[in-house]
Ligand binder design. Structure first.
Ligand SMILES: Nc1ncnc2c1ncn2[C@@H]1O[C@H](COP(=O)(O)OP(=O)(O)OP(=O)(O)O)[C@@H](O)[C@H]1O
Length: 350
């Protein structure tokens, strides 16, 4: 093979061109590029043809800016020493969370698989398949101030509400978890609270019966408020928090705005089930940090035992109100985790 007279920045163009052609032939919706350094982004842009989106993952602010300036889609990643498979996963989760990719989409990924700093490998990933392997570990990686077991129980309930509805009807829900005292202070009752009068241990979301009750009560208006230990502090609460300065994807209504608002003024995490389509979104700091698309087939969401997975998952944070320092400030997106992570089991597109 004749060596190409190309610089480091332009050397990957042929492989990107092959990836683009493959994406067109396979009906893939995007090419995800995992560059190891700066590239001639304008030239990359010229390779992206035939309606295939090029998504470029980068952890460099300068590169992200240059990528966007060239008219390409940038996916911001935290700098990480993680293996390439994990970084690809992070990039995919980030893209799904930002609505840049849909669950179930086929993506051609170009990355450095063999030689350092050289884009030399192409893989084709069907998002549903890939994300299904992303499990409990990924929820841990969100690094919320809510203990993992509580968050998992609430997400389980949310996914089930989205999937099953109630008596043949679609049901939505809003469950605010953690920082319960501050959350309650920003809510008021909408009417009768079905959890009132029960002992604390009788209203813990980690208890299956309580989750069943939540699924039943979800039909009523208002939000659930859950403490970080899993105790349901109240149900049917109207959230009254300011939405000024917040932005959300188009099409999300008052339930989602309430979730964004309450998480922006407290340390709580909100789990929202959309009545319209069963999508579950997790909010933190006024932002969607994870989106779980509804499953096309009624199928239980399977949590993999994190302990049996390779690698040591990070321990969830245990403080009620972690100080927001650059070292440990809460994350806005799963892609900003600094440890191994992923998530969002889903096998259908919306
Ligand atoms: N501030 C709030 N606090 C608590 N619950 C709220 C609040 N705003 C809306 N909700 C709940 O959300 C329900 C639906 O509102 P809306 O249709 O505007 O939400 P949405 O964000 O479009 O979500 P969905 O996809 O479920 O329709 C309301 O009936 C109410 O139960």
């Amino acid at each position: 093979m004749t060596p190409l007279n190309t610089s480091k920045a332009t050397a990957p163009l042929p492989i990107l061109s092959i990836a683009c052609g493959s994406a067109q032939r396979l009906g893939a919706s995007a090419v995800l590029v995992m560059p190891e350094g700066p590239m001639e982004w304008d030239l990359v842009r010229s390779v992206a043809t035939g309606g295939v989106d090029f998504l470029i993952a980068s952890s460099s602010d300068r590169q992200v800016e240059a990528i966007r300036k060239a008219g390409l889609v940038a996916i911001e990643l935290e700098p990480s020493e993680a293996a390439i498979a994990e970084r690809v996963t992070l990039a995919l989760i980030e893209a799904v969370a930002n609505d840049q990719l849909k669950a179930g989409a086929r993506v051609v990924v170009v990355y450095s698989g063999f030689e350092a700093e050289a884009l030399d490998s192409i893989s084709v990933i069907r998002l549903g398949e890939h994300l299904e392997r992303l499990t409990a570990r990924d929820l841990r990686a969100l690094e919320t101030s809510v203990p993992f077991d509580t968050l998992k129980a609430v997400v389980d309930a949310g996914v089930e509400i989205g999937r099953e509805g109630r008596e043949g009807k679609a049901v939505g829900s809003l469950i605010v978890v953690g920082d319960a005292r501050n959350v309650l202070a920003r809510t008021r009752p909408l009417g009768f609270d079905p959890f009132k009068g029960y002992k604390r241990k009788e209203r813990n979301v980690r208890d299956l019966r309580v989750r069943e009750a939540i699924k039943e009560i979800a039909q009523m208006d208002g939000a659930f408020v859950v403490a970080r230990d899993g105790t349901v502090e109240a149900a049917c609460r109207l959230i009254d928090a300011p939405v000024a300065g917040l932005t959300l994807p188009k099409g999300l209504g008052t339930r989602h705005w309430a979730a964004a608002a309450i998480t922006s003024v407290t340390q709580a995490v909100a789990v929202v089930v959309s009545q319209s389509n069963g999508t579950v979104r997790i909010f933190q700091d006024g932002d969607v940090i994870l989106r779980i698309a509804p499953m096309r087939h009624a199928r239980a969401m399977k949590w993999q035992d994190a302990e049996s997975e390779p690698g040591e998952p990070r321990a969830p944070r245990e403080r009620e109100k972690p100080p927001r320092t650059p070292e440990n400030g809460p994350l806005r997106r799963p892609g900003r985790a600094d440890g191994p992570e992923r998530d969002a089991p889903q096998d259908g597109s919306e």
